[in-house]
Design a protein. Structure first.
Length: 164
């Protein structure tokens, strides 16, 4: 089974919002560590950016957060809607890579992360949310998102990716 990591909306504008800073910092640690696992195993990482953030593509707010570890080999995708599958090539990209399962991470748990998770399931992909790898506008809603959806831990991913 091929697994992809989706990193959603980890853009500078969100990291500057006072109520989100601590959650984003914590989520970034997990996302970066899991990213290392995916790269080492040769599994795809897809970085998704919201075109409506900041003043859109080309603006500072739209850019990825400085602490997010990225590589040229990562796949980059822009979206307009909360569901990263809606009116994008994400489904096509995943199918071309023979991906059957996605791990969803990023910002905001109660919006784009949750809607993308649901979009993956609606299209027949297996999906989990990265435990501790999501942030949002409200800490309670982040916790609720993890409580009502399937989550996967770093340890489980490490096992799956190294024993594949």
């Amino acid at each position: 089974m091929s697994i992809a990591l989706l990193i959603i909306d980890m853009q500078k504008e969100f990291s500057e919002m006072e109520q989100c800073k601590i959650m984003i910092s914590s989520a970034l640690e997990y996302i970066n560590e899991v990213g290392h696992l995916f790269r080492k195993a040769g599994n795809p990482i897809i970085i998704i950016q919201d075109e409506e953030v900041g003043d859109g593509p080309g603006s500072e707010g739209y850019e990825l957060m400085d602490d997010l570890e990225i590589m040229d080999s990562d796949i980059y995708l822009s979206k307009i809607y909360s569901n990263s599958f809606w009116k994008t090539d994400l489904e096509k990209i995943l199918k071309n890579l023979d991906v059957e399962f996605v791990v969803v991470s990023g910002f905001a748990a109660e919006h784009c992360v949750l809607f993308t998770y649901n979009g993956a399931l609606e299209r027949g992909f297996g999906a989990s949310i990265l435990q501790h790898g999501i942030a949002g506008f409200d800490k309670r809603r982040v916790k609720d998102t993890q409580n009502i959806r399937d989550v996967i831990s770093y340890q489980a991913l490490e096992y799956m990716l190294t024993n594949n």
